[in-house]
Ligand binder design. Structure first.
Ligand code: FES
Length: 78
């Protein structure tokens, strides 16, 4: 499962529980457009040198806590 597919599944579960889904952006999901930019565990795009949509959950350990943050840039201060 890709990282973005994992968020899709998580969001389906949150909506079933009447909780707010996680807002995130994407477009191509093919590693081309760059719309899926996230900081994952404090690293741009996560542990691999790839776009977030090309990152797969096999890159993480079972039960690992994953921290997801918006893209960091001066134009978007935290
Ligand atoms: S959604 Fe286009 S590069 Fe990830």
């Amino acid at each position: 499962m890709s990282f973005l597919e994992m968020i899709d599944v998580l969001n389906e579960e949150l909506v079933k529980k009447n909780e707010d889904p996680i807002a995130f952006d994407h477009d191509c999901r093919e590693g081309i457009c760059g719309m899926c930019s996230l900081y994952i565990n404090g690293q741009p795009h996560g542990p691999l040198q790839t776009t977030t949509c090309q990152l797969h959950m096999r890159s993480f350990k079972d039960g690992e806590t994953i921290t997801i943050e918006p893209w960091r840039a001066k134009a978007f201060p935290s």
